[in-house]
Design a protein around this ligand. Structure first.
Ligand code: ZN
Length: 324
């Protein structure tokens, strides 16, 4: 057999491991942040909707800022993703109305515990609730008690991909914690944990990979520090070309660490900052001296700010084609 030229052999071996050899297809994935204050990036903002060109709509981490199942910004929702059960992601409460409270300290006075904003939205929208870890049976019971169907819960542990409409969904490791706060448990167990200062074990937290029908592969980091899987799994296997990355500092990657993950590990074609834990913008403009500004300056690829209600469109290659 004729020997392959060395350069060609290297190129082929470089392609062999990843799943994402698919060509990019037509259409745009629409990404819409659902924060606490219209047109801004505020302290507790986490939630985003991803809409595939085939119409599938996926909500990522409802948190406090989605205003219950009747939030008019939601529209049709096919699946709700939850990265982990900390309050700012599962949502023990939510904002009563748009712009209530301050950007740095929003009003989250509508209580949702011992259920959660996440479960209420999944029930109200008759959507799948996608979770990892040990959360399948826990959320099946929560869905039932909130009037939903336990079969709506889709457990996706680290491994192969599930499907929501035409969108393929995988979980990827996040290095963080995932203790369930006592307020989501029955009184006896909740009180016992509370007096001991403990949370309930529900398995590890995770991030997500969303592979859309136009070829876009989005990495949603969840809360995480730097972890080898960001290079080995997220880049090498899934070939993520868009990354939504947390920059919150101390409890997860801060702006410097997040920029390192983008520049040296995941190497997407674009990034969206998330979970900044600060008043990042005023009038939709990034404020000087913020973590968000530091991240955007340090990232070597185009980095965007998730302004609440402002839809960004991405082609299959991870290029922002509208709204950025
Ligand atoms: Zn968080």
């Amino acid at each position: 057999m004729r020997k392959l030229p060395a350069v060609l052999a290297v190129l082929l071996s470089g392609c062999a491991g990843g799943m994402m050899t698919q060509a990019t297809g037509p259409g745009t994935v629409k990404v819409t942040p659902l924060g606490s204050h219209d047109g801004e990036f505020c302290a507790r903002d986490r939630a985003m909707i991803f809409e595939d060109p085939d119409g599938t709509r996926i909500l990522y981490d409802a948190g406090f800022t989605v205003r219950g199942a009747n939030d008019p910004r939601l529209g049709k929702i096919d699946a709700v993703l939850l990265s982990h059960v900390h309050g700012d992601h599962i949502g023990p409460a939510h904002q009563p109305s748009a712009n209530a409270g301050a950007c740095g300290n929003p009003d989250f006075s509508v209580n949702a515990a011992p259920n959660s904003n996440t479960v209420n939205v999944a029930v109200g929208k008759n959507a799948k609730l996608v979770v990892g870890a040990e959360l399948g049976s826990f959320f099946a019971a929560k869905m039932k008690s909130a009037g939903g169907n336990p079969a709506q819960v889709q457990l996706v542990r680290f491994g192969a991909m599930a499907k929501v409409g035409g969108v393929r969904v995988a979980t990827v490791p996040a290095v963080h914690t995932n203790g369930l706060p006592p307020e989501f448990l029955d009184k006896n167990l909740g009180d016992a944990l509370r007096v001991n200062g403990l949370t309930a074990y529900v398995g590890p937290p995770n991030g997500y990979i969303l592979a859309f029908t136009n070829g876009l592969v989005a990495y949603l980091s969840g809360d995480t520090g730097i972890t080898a899987e960001q290079e080995l799994v997220v880049r090498r296997y899934y070939g993520a070309n868009l990354a939504v990355i947390n920059i919150g500092d101390v409890f997860s990657t801060g702006p410097t660490e997040a920029a390192y993950v983008i520049n040296e590990m995941v190497k997407p074609n674009a990034a969206i900052a998330s979970h900044a834990n600060e008043v990042a913008t005023q009038g939709g403009k990034v404020l000087p001296g913020t973590r968000t500004e530091a991240f955007m300056k340090a990232a070597k690829v185009p980095a965007y700010v998730p302004l609440s209600g402002k839809t960004m469109g991405f082609d299959g290659g991870g290029k922002c084609t509208s709204g950025c």
